[in-house]
Design a binder for this molecule. Structure first.
Ligand code: SF4
Length: 268
Protein backbone atom coordinates (compact mmCIF):
# COMPACT_ATOMS: atom_id res chain seq x y z
CA UNK A 1 0.00 0.00 0.00
CA UNK A 2 1.34 3.44 -0.90
CA UNK A 3 0.17 6.83 0.27
CA UNK A 4 1.33 10.39 -0.11
CA UNK A 5 3.27 11.71 2.89
CA UNK A 6 4.36 15.24 2.12
CA UNK A 7 4.53 17.19 5.43
CA UNK A 8 3.24 20.24 3.52
CA UNK A 9 0.08 18.44 2.39
CA UNK A 10 -3.04 19.16 4.43
CA UNK A 11 -4.52 16.00 3.01
CA UNK A 12 -2.66 12.79 2.19
CA UNK A 13 -4.31 10.06 0.15
CA UNK A 14 -3.71 6.40 -0.62
CA UNK A 15 -2.40 6.15 -4.16
CA UNK A 16 -1.72 2.47 -4.74
CA UNK A 17 -2.74 -0.94 -3.40
CA UNK A 18 -1.33 -4.30 -4.46
CA UNK A 19 -2.44 -7.69 -3.16
CA UNK A 20 -0.01 -10.61 -3.40
CA UNK A 21 0.37 -14.00 -1.68
CA UNK A 22 2.15 -13.54 1.65
CA UNK A 23 5.21 -15.49 0.48
CA UNK A 24 5.96 -12.79 -2.14
CA UNK A 25 9.07 -10.76 -1.39
CA UNK A 26 8.38 -7.05 -0.77
CA UNK A 27 11.12 -6.11 -3.23
CA UNK A 28 9.29 -8.03 -6.02
CA UNK A 29 6.03 -6.22 -5.24
CA UNK A 30 7.59 -2.76 -5.49
CA UNK A 31 9.43 -3.87 -8.63
CA UNK A 32 6.08 -4.58 -10.32
CA UNK A 33 4.35 -1.44 -9.05
CA UNK A 34 6.98 1.27 -9.38
CA UNK A 35 6.20 2.26 -13.00
CA UNK A 36 2.46 2.36 -12.22
CA UNK A 37 3.15 4.52 -9.18
CA UNK A 38 5.17 6.99 -11.26
CA UNK A 39 2.43 7.04 -13.88
CA UNK A 40 -0.26 7.81 -11.29
CA UNK A 41 1.84 10.38 -9.42
CA UNK A 42 4.32 11.89 -11.93
CA UNK A 43 5.61 14.29 -9.23
CA UNK A 44 6.85 11.35 -7.17
CA UNK A 45 10.43 12.20 -6.17
CA UNK A 46 10.94 10.18 -2.98
CA UNK A 47 9.64 6.82 -1.91
CA UNK A 48 10.00 5.92 1.78
CA UNK A 49 10.00 2.23 2.66
CA UNK A 50 11.34 -0.07 5.35
CA UNK A 51 14.32 -2.35 4.68
CA UNK A 52 12.48 -5.07 2.74
CA UNK A 53 12.20 -3.33 -0.62
CA UNK A 54 15.78 -3.30 -1.83
CA UNK A 55 17.14 -5.18 -4.83
CA UNK A 56 19.58 -4.46 -7.65
CA UNK A 57 16.82 -4.26 -10.22
CA UNK A 58 14.81 -1.88 -8.01
CA UNK A 59 17.84 0.40 -7.59
CA UNK A 60 18.12 0.66 -11.37
CA UNK A 61 14.41 1.31 -11.83
CA UNK A 62 14.43 4.03 -9.16
CA UNK A 63 17.40 5.66 -10.86
CA UNK A 64 15.75 5.50 -14.28
CA UNK A 65 12.50 7.01 -12.98
CA UNK A 66 14.43 9.67 -10.99
CA UNK A 67 12.95 8.55 -7.67
CA UNK A 68 15.05 8.68 -4.50
CA UNK A 69 14.47 5.54 -2.48
CA UNK A 70 14.56 6.39 1.23
CA UNK A 71 15.06 3.29 3.29
CA UNK A 72 14.39 3.53 7.02
CA UNK A 73 16.13 0.24 7.85
CA UNK A 74 18.70 -2.05 6.25
CA UNK A 75 18.08 -5.70 5.51
CA UNK A 76 20.74 -8.18 6.60
CA UNK A 77 23.87 -7.71 8.68
CA UNK A 78 25.54 -4.31 8.86
CA UNK A 79 29.19 -4.12 7.76
CA UNK A 80 31.59 -3.18 10.54
CA UNK A 81 33.48 -0.85 8.18
CA UNK A 82 31.21 1.12 5.88
CA UNK A 83 32.70 2.32 2.60
CA UNK A 84 31.06 5.44 1.21
CA UNK A 85 30.92 5.63 -2.60
CA UNK A 86 30.10 8.98 -4.18
CA UNK A 87 29.71 9.89 -7.83
CA UNK A 88 31.23 13.28 -8.54
CA UNK A 89 31.35 14.56 -12.14
CA UNK A 90 31.32 11.06 -13.61
CA UNK A 91 33.99 9.72 -11.23
CA UNK A 92 33.56 7.59 -8.15
CA UNK A 93 35.24 8.59 -4.89
CA UNK A 94 35.42 6.04 -2.09
CA UNK A 95 35.85 6.93 1.58
CA UNK A 96 36.64 4.70 4.51
CA UNK A 97 36.83 6.10 8.06
CA UNK A 98 40.43 7.27 7.48
CA UNK A 99 40.93 7.83 3.76
CA UNK A 100 39.18 9.15 0.65
CA UNK A 101 40.45 8.08 -2.76
CA UNK A 102 39.45 8.34 -6.41
CA UNK A 103 38.53 5.03 -8.06
CA UNK A 104 39.74 3.73 -11.41
CA UNK A 105 37.94 1.55 -13.94
CA UNK A 106 38.96 -2.07 -14.35
CA UNK A 107 37.63 -4.41 -17.07
CA UNK A 108 34.35 -5.19 -15.31
CA UNK A 109 34.35 -3.14 -12.09
CA UNK A 110 35.84 -0.12 -10.35
CA UNK A 111 38.78 -0.21 -7.97
CA UNK A 112 39.70 2.17 -5.15
CA UNK A 113 43.28 1.91 -3.89
CA UNK A 114 43.94 2.90 -0.29
CA UNK A 115 47.37 3.87 1.05
CA UNK A 116 48.87 0.91 2.90
CA UNK A 117 50.92 3.16 5.17
CA UNK A 118 47.75 4.74 6.59
CA UNK A 119 46.09 1.29 6.78
CA UNK A 120 49.00 0.05 8.91
CA UNK A 121 47.93 2.36 11.73
CA UNK A 122 44.18 1.69 11.37
CA UNK A 123 42.35 -0.13 14.16
CA UNK A 124 39.66 -1.39 11.71
CA UNK A 125 42.06 -3.33 9.53
CA UNK A 126 40.66 -6.74 10.58
CA UNK A 127 37.09 -5.81 9.54
CA UNK A 128 37.94 -3.80 6.44
CA UNK A 129 36.40 -5.06 3.16
CA UNK A 130 39.35 -3.72 1.11
CA UNK A 131 41.68 -6.48 -0.05
CA UNK A 132 45.34 -6.48 0.92
CA UNK A 133 47.49 -6.31 -2.22
CA UNK A 134 51.16 -5.83 -2.90
CA UNK A 135 51.22 -2.02 -3.18
CA UNK A 136 47.91 -0.92 -1.65
CA UNK A 137 44.63 -2.04 -0.15
CA UNK A 138 42.03 -2.33 -2.93
CA UNK A 139 38.27 -2.05 -2.70
CA UNK A 140 36.35 -3.33 -5.77
CA UNK A 141 32.78 -2.35 -6.57
CA UNK A 142 30.26 -2.19 -9.41
CA UNK A 143 27.74 0.46 -10.46
CA UNK A 144 25.00 -1.63 -8.76
CA UNK A 145 26.97 -1.59 -5.50
CA UNK A 146 27.32 2.18 -5.81
CA UNK A 147 23.51 2.50 -6.18
CA UNK A 148 22.92 0.25 -3.14
CA UNK A 149 25.50 2.21 -1.13
CA UNK A 150 23.82 5.50 -2.08
CA UNK A 151 20.36 4.16 -1.22
CA UNK A 152 21.49 3.27 2.31
CA UNK A 153 22.76 6.82 2.84
CA UNK A 154 19.78 8.61 1.24
CA UNK A 155 17.98 8.96 4.58
CA UNK A 156 20.92 10.92 6.04
CA UNK A 157 20.51 13.58 3.36
CA UNK A 158 17.01 14.48 4.63
CA UNK A 159 16.19 16.99 7.36
CA UNK A 160 15.35 15.19 10.65
CA UNK A 161 11.60 15.92 10.49
CA UNK A 162 11.37 14.15 7.11
CA UNK A 163 13.17 11.00 8.23
CA UNK A 164 10.16 9.64 10.08
CA UNK A 165 7.47 9.82 7.43
CA UNK A 166 7.12 6.08 6.88
CA UNK A 167 5.47 5.24 10.26
CA UNK A 168 2.36 7.13 9.01
CA UNK A 169 1.60 4.19 6.77
CA UNK A 170 1.59 1.84 9.78
CA UNK A 171 -1.37 3.82 11.16
CA UNK A 172 -3.16 3.36 7.82
CA UNK A 173 -2.47 -0.39 7.93
CA UNK A 174 -4.26 -0.50 11.30
CA UNK A 175 -7.41 0.79 9.56
CA UNK A 176 -7.18 -2.12 7.10
CA UNK A 177 -6.90 -4.74 9.83
CA UNK A 178 -9.76 -3.38 11.99
CA UNK A 179 -12.40 -5.69 10.46
CA UNK A 180 -10.21 -8.81 10.89
CA UNK A 181 -11.67 -11.70 12.91
CA UNK A 182 -10.67 -12.75 16.46
CA UNK A 183 -7.70 -14.70 14.99
CA UNK A 184 -6.39 -11.55 13.31
CA UNK A 185 -7.32 -12.83 9.82
CA UNK A 186 -9.59 -11.67 7.03
CA UNK A 187 -13.04 -13.29 6.97
CA UNK A 188 -12.70 -13.96 3.23
CA UNK A 189 -10.29 -16.17 1.29
CA UNK A 190 -8.54 -15.93 -2.08
CA UNK A 191 -6.51 -13.27 -3.82
CA UNK A 192 -9.37 -11.83 -5.85
CA UNK A 193 -11.69 -11.33 -2.87
CA UNK A 194 -8.82 -9.93 -0.82
CA UNK A 195 -8.03 -7.48 -3.61
CA UNK A 196 -11.68 -6.38 -3.73
CA UNK A 197 -11.60 -5.91 0.05
CA UNK A 198 -8.33 -3.95 0.00
CA UNK A 199 -9.36 -1.65 -2.88
CA UNK A 200 -12.77 -0.92 -1.33
CA UNK A 201 -11.10 -0.22 2.02
CA UNK A 202 -8.59 2.09 0.31
CA UNK A 203 -11.38 3.99 -1.45
CA UNK A 204 -13.38 4.35 1.78
CA UNK A 205 -10.29 5.52 3.73
CA UNK A 206 -9.62 8.14 1.04
CA UNK A 207 -13.22 9.37 1.05
CA UNK A 208 -13.12 9.47 4.89
CA UNK A 209 -10.02 11.66 4.76
CA UNK A 210 -11.56 13.92 2.09
CA UNK A 211 -14.74 14.23 4.13
CA UNK A 212 -12.83 15.18 7.31
CA UNK A 213 -10.74 17.65 5.33
CA UNK A 214 -13.84 19.30 3.89
CA UNK A 215 -15.47 19.48 7.30
CA UNK A 216 -12.77 21.91 8.42
CA UNK A 217 -12.32 23.56 4.99
CA UNK A 218 -15.84 24.06 3.59
CA UNK A 219 -14.69 25.75 0.43
CA UNK A 220 -16.49 24.92 -2.82
CA UNK A 221 -13.43 25.36 -5.03
CA UNK A 222 -11.48 23.00 -2.80
CA UNK A 223 -14.39 20.57 -2.88
CA UNK A 224 -14.47 20.45 -6.66
CA UNK A 225 -10.74 19.89 -6.90
CA UNK A 226 -10.84 17.16 -4.29
CA UNK A 227 -13.82 15.39 -5.80
CA UNK A 228 -12.00 15.36 -9.12
CA UNK A 229 -8.90 13.86 -7.50
CA UNK A 230 -11.04 11.33 -5.59
CA UNK A 231 -12.96 10.33 -8.71
CA UNK A 232 -9.81 9.89 -10.76
CA UNK A 233 -8.34 7.62 -8.06
CA UNK A 234 -11.62 5.69 -7.80
CA UNK A 235 -11.79 5.05 -11.55
CA UNK A 236 -8.14 4.02 -11.69
CA UNK A 237 -8.82 1.43 -8.99
CA UNK A 238 -11.98 0.34 -10.83
CA UNK A 239 -9.93 -0.09 -14.02
CA UNK A 240 -7.46 -2.33 -12.19
CA UNK A 241 -10.31 -4.48 -10.89
CA UNK A 242 -11.90 -4.56 -14.37
CA UNK A 243 -8.64 -5.78 -15.91
CA UNK A 244 -8.51 -8.67 -13.42
CA UNK A 245 -12.19 -9.48 -14.02
CA UNK A 246 -11.71 -9.50 -17.80
CA UNK A 247 -9.38 -12.50 -17.56
CA UNK A 248 -11.80 -14.39 -15.32
CA UNK A 249 -14.71 -13.75 -17.73
CA UNK A 250 -12.58 -14.79 -20.72
CA UNK A 251 -11.80 -18.07 -19.02
CA UNK A 252 -15.51 -18.54 -18.16
CA UNK A 253 -16.58 -17.97 -21.81
CA UNK A 254 -13.89 -20.35 -23.00
CA UNK A 255 -15.19 -23.10 -20.69
CA UNK A 256 -18.81 -22.50 -21.78
CA UNK A 257 -17.80 -22.70 -25.46
CA UNK A 258 -15.98 -26.00 -24.92
CA UNK A 259 -19.01 -27.57 -23.25
CA UNK A 260 -21.28 -26.39 -26.10
CA UNK A 261 -19.24 -28.22 -28.75
CA UNK A 262 -21.23 -31.19 -30.20
CA UNK A 263 -20.06 -34.64 -29.02
CA UNK A 264 -17.52 -33.08 -26.72
CA UNK A 265 -15.22 -35.63 -25.18
CA UNK A 266 -11.63 -35.85 -23.94
CA UNK A 267 -9.51 -38.52 -25.64
CA UNK A 268 -6.43 -40.03 -24.07
S1 SF4 B 1 42.26 -0.59 6.84
FE1 SF4 B 1 42.76 1.08 5.45
S2 SF4 B 1 41.12 1.05 3.96
FE2 SF4 B 1 40.43 -0.16 5.70
S3 SF4 B 1 39.32 1.30 7.01
FE3 SF4 B 1 41.43 1.26 7.74
S4 SF4 B 1 42.42 2.92 6.63
FE4 SF4 B 1 40.55 2.49 5.57
Amino acid sequence: MTETANPENELNLLTDIAVKPNNTDDSDIINERIETLKEKTPDLKELHTDGGYESEDNNQKFEKLKITHIQTAVRGRKNKVEMKIEEIEGEYKVSCPLQKVKSEKTRSRYKACFDKKICAGCSLTGDCPALIQKRYRAYYFTREQYLANKRKRNINTLPHKRRKLRPNVEATIKEFVKPFNHKGKLCIRGQFKTMMYACSMGISINFGRIHRYLAVNPNLCGLLGLMKAGNSLFFKNLLQIGQKLRNIFRFGFFMVKIHQLPNFEIKY
